[in-house]
Design a protein around this ligand. Structure first.
Ligand code: GTQ
Ligand code: FE2
Length: 353
């Protein structure tokens, strides 16, 4: 046997001897563990609304919102089947509440966002305060806030859920509590939250902004307002080469992200605009609110992947996947990612070309 062969043999024999002690050699795994750049196993994928919606409606006949607690179809990353993950840190799902239904009140350690895709006039209540839903609205349910959903309208309501379920699971920090009574505690009147915290003012005497910034103050971001901001700003014609016109939703108390664990964005891409190649370490989930276009992943030619999208489609761009968006029409994209978590940990990076 060669000297090299002997060494390899001796090493394997050694690994077998230490194995029962739950020991393993780092040097055999090092290059897999500490890679020169991110190598996400997650795959890019698009869920076409027209394709998924009929199945979501079938769920309506299969189980009630009450029995399901939440009637949601999970958008599972094709590379992470069975794990309820759209990326390693984030959960995404489509939720249906039919006319007359209530999804019961609970609270949990996980933070949730809703992006309304279909229906008008249903509500979710956050700590008892009703937030009436219109298409495109972005609503936050901060960690440990009581929330229930109710549809008193004549049409189904469907929205995209985004939660930090995988992240909280990874940290082994999950808690949930179901509200004991049938009725959730009634909070402030509808509209109070936007008036109180979403009007470029903060109530004097409700605590310093510093103390408030830890909590989710503002939980209602009506589309009419954010869309109007984009519409006004587009007149300057100052398009960012990599983002078009992209705004981050913020917590008005400190200018930080609207949610503690999820960054959220709204982006306008005018008809014909193509963003320059870009990648960042936060994998992102996009929902198409308006328009149609495509997102090209990978490099031109070899390994290129095209996701063609239209209104209400949802797609995922994994971490460190180079991509560019092309808008075939004036388009508005909502997106969310774990960027704020990475920034807080000093990990976030981007590469703009
Ligand atoms: O609406 O409260 O998609 O608790 C997953 C967990 C939605 C919700 C989800 C939840 C909810
Ligand atoms: Fe929930």
């Amino acid at each position: 046997m060669t000297a090299h062969g002997t060494a390899a043999h001796q090493r394997r024999a050694f690994y077998r001897r230490i194995d029962p002690l739950h020991l393993a050699p780092l040097w055999e795994a090092f290059d897999e563990l500490i890679t020169p750049e991110p190598r996400s196993p997650c795959l890019p994928h698009l869920w076409a609304y027209g394709q998924v919606r009929p199945y979501l409606m079938e769920c309506g006949a299969l189980i009630s919102a009450e029995e399901a607690e939440r009637r949601v179809l999970i958008l599972e990353n094709p590379a992470l089947r069975g794990q309820a993950c759209v990326t390693h840190t984030l959960f995404a799902g489509l939720q249906l509440v039919l006319p007359g239904e209530t999804a019961p009140c609970h609270r949990h350690a996980q933070s949730a966002l809703r992006l309304i895709l279909e229906g008008s006039g249903a509500y979710t209540s956050v700590n008892g305060e009703r937030v009436y839903m219109e298409r495109g609205d972005f609503i936050v349910t901060g960690a440990w806030s009581w929330h229930d959903h109710r549809n008193d309208t004549r049409d189904p309501v469907i929205w995209l859920d985004g939660l930090d379920i995988p992240l909280v699971k990874f940290l082994d920090a999950s808690f949930i509590e179901r509200h004991p009574g049938p009725e959730p505690p009634r909070g402030r009147p509808a509209g109070d939250n936007v008036a109180r915290f979403g009007s470029n003012m903060l109530p004097v005497g409700e605590g310093a902004a510093g103390a408030a910034s830890a909590r989710t103050l503002l939980f209602s971001y009506p589309y009419a307002r954010s869309r109007e901001a984009l519409e006004q700003m587009r007149r300057t014609e100052q398009w960012h080469p990599h983002h078009g016109l992209k705004m981050a939703f913020i917590n008005p108390a400190d200018g930080g992200p609207a949610m503690a664990t999820i960054s959220t964005f709204l982006q306008l891409l005018p008809k014909g605009f193509e963003t320059a190649p870009y990648r960042s370490t936060d994998g992102a989930v996009y929902a198409v609110i308006e328009g149609a276009g495509e997102t090209v992943l990978g490099d031109t030619g070899e390994g290129e992947r095209v996701l063609a999208w239209q209104a209400n489609d949802v797609f995922v761009v994994p971490s460190w996947h180079r991509h560019r968006h092309r808008a075939g029409e004036d388009s508005v994209l909502f997106s969310f990612s774990d960027r704020t978590v990475q920034e807080k940990l000093g990990l976030w990076r981007e590469q703009a070309e």
